[in-house]
Design a protein around this ligand. Sequence first.
Ligand code: SAM
Length: 232
Amino acid sequence: MTLYVVGTPIGNLSDLSSRAADVLGSVHAIACEDTRVTGKLLSHLGIQKPLVSVHQHATAGKLREVLDLLGEGKDVALVTDAGTPGISDPGGLLVQEAAARFGSALRIVPIPGPCAAIAALSVSGFPTDRFVFLGFPPHKKGRRGFFDRVAAEEEVVVFYESVHRAEKALAELSARVGSRPVVLCRELTKLHETVHRGTVEDVTRALKADTMKGEFVIVLGPKGWVGKGGRV
Ligand code: SAM
């Protein structure tokens, strides 16, 4: 029995690795977040498999269903709606439960693939030997503390934000970090991929000027960093 933790595209379907496709085609069942999203990916690949949804509010019964398959010696793949399971999505839940139930009797095998945070870091131009990843800011309670923590951080900070709150997040950053450099990545690997670079103020202006919606990764440069030739 093996649980394969499979990275899937964050937009561009061609980013699915051939190893990921082989694994998805070979397992007994696929645990996923939203069956409609994973169904589309599978139909693109021409693969038909039983899907079990283990989304954020999945019942204990659904998790048990997957654990029981593993207990029967079946191979299962875990995917989420986009990117690497467990990175700011519910993918980690099944891995935790499976590790707790089977310990080292279960092989848990990563099939690495895209991750929005890593893709954003890779084009940021900031020194990324070290970075701090903070997932999503809380919507309400704890939001202020989140941005205080971001501002206090010396290293590169990367975090996710939804379309509804990206502008608000930049305003919260601006109030704390002034002209520290930032890179705002939207819709990576998709048709309307955009990367805005500059001070927090520059990037806020650029975001306000364009009406396009999308999914965002925000990368804040390290404290005191000045880019090549003074360019952010
Ligand atoms: N597990 C995923 C990963 O490995 O990146 C992240 C899942 S999290 C629920 C979804 C968030 O990731 C989005 O709200 C956005 O902040 C970020 N994200 C996902 N796809 C993206 C893309 N194509 N471009 C920019 N950000 C993206």
